[in-house]
Design a protein around this ligand. Structure first.
Ligand code: G3P
Ligand code: CA
Length: 264
């Protein structure tokens, strides 16, 4: 069984503010195979990389992300809440504002396409049901603009789209059939007892709590021919568990720690 791919969850988000350019560049420096990010829509229809529905935890703003325009969000500080953010950002660390500025999906795609090395990008759509299919349509349009909607085996940037919503995953498959998808799983749905994912999804994304609680799940998914990316694996004991179970990807806030334990 080959060693699993290591994905930085929201960037190197244990050390630096999540979803900032600095956190993603750090993860690439540390040698992560890939990056995970969440995307949601602004009021004026832009895709931005923010996990929570509200701004309160990760910025100096208040209220819902979807109630603000991109221009309004650009005014906020998305880094100073985190202990790893250099005071007043770091003027000596280009690009300017990397630790504090809102990250748009566009800026993240610019960064990964300019990285000069292979990068796997896992993009999770948040709250897909609230906006009909707008999130998936905007996402696929943007990936198409970058030529990332139909990855070939030799392409340096490989995008995979993830969601907890089977409906959102299906929409992505309809809009971009060549794009790999991950169905994220927090609990075990009744229909997954035999480990078979619905409508052609090839990658399962169970949470570490689910893997711990249901030891039969990973073998069943493997037996059904699925790949498995587990989130969010930060503790050494959890890493040992997923390595023993044989998974294809580990999504972690601490890519440097995981890479070190893998001897990379
Ligand atoms: O990578 C999947 C994981 O990110 C799902 O949970 O809440 O961190 O987006 P969450
Ligand atoms: Ca996520």
């Amino acid at each position: 069984m080959p060693a699993p791919l290591v994905f930085a969850h929201r960037g190197s988000s244990a050390d630096l503010p999540e979803h900032t350019l600095a956190a993603y560049l750090r993860a690439l420096d540390e040698g992560a195979d890939g990056l995970e990010c969440d995307v949601r829509l602004t009021r004026d229809g832009h895709l931005v990389c923010v996990h929570d529905r509200r701004l309160d935890r990760t910025s100096n703003g208040r209220g819902r992300v979807s109630a603000r325009t991109l221009a309004e969000l650009e005014e906020l500080d998305f880094g100073s809440w985190h202990p790893g953010c250099p005071p007043g950002d770091d003027p000596d660390t280009p690009p300017d504002g990397a630790h504090t500025r809102l990250l748009t999906l566009e800026r993240l795609l610019d960064a990964v396409t300019a990285a000069g090395r292979p990068v796997r990008l896992l993009i999770e759509t948040k709250h897909p049901s609230r906006y009909g299919s707008t999130v998936e349509r905007r996402l696929v349009e943007m990936l198409r603009r970058y030529g990332l909607d139909a990855p070939g085996p030799g392409d340096p940037v490989q995008v995979t789209v993830m969601s907890f919503s089977p409906l959102a995953v299906r929409r992505v498959q309809e809009l971009a059939p060549a794009l790999p998808t991950v169905l994220l799983l927090e609990v075990l749905p009744r229909w997954l007892r035999l480990g078979r994912l619905p409508f052609g999804v090839r990658i399962a994304g169970p949470g570490i709590n689910l893997v711990r609680a249901r030891p039969q799940l990973v073998p069943a998914l493997r037996a059904a021919g699925h790949r498995i990316y587990v989130w969010t694996v930060n503790e050494p004991a959890d890493l040992d568990l997923v390595l023993e179970s044989g998974v294809d990807g580990v999504i972690t806030d601490r890519p440097a720690l995981v890479l070190q334990r893998l001897g990379r």
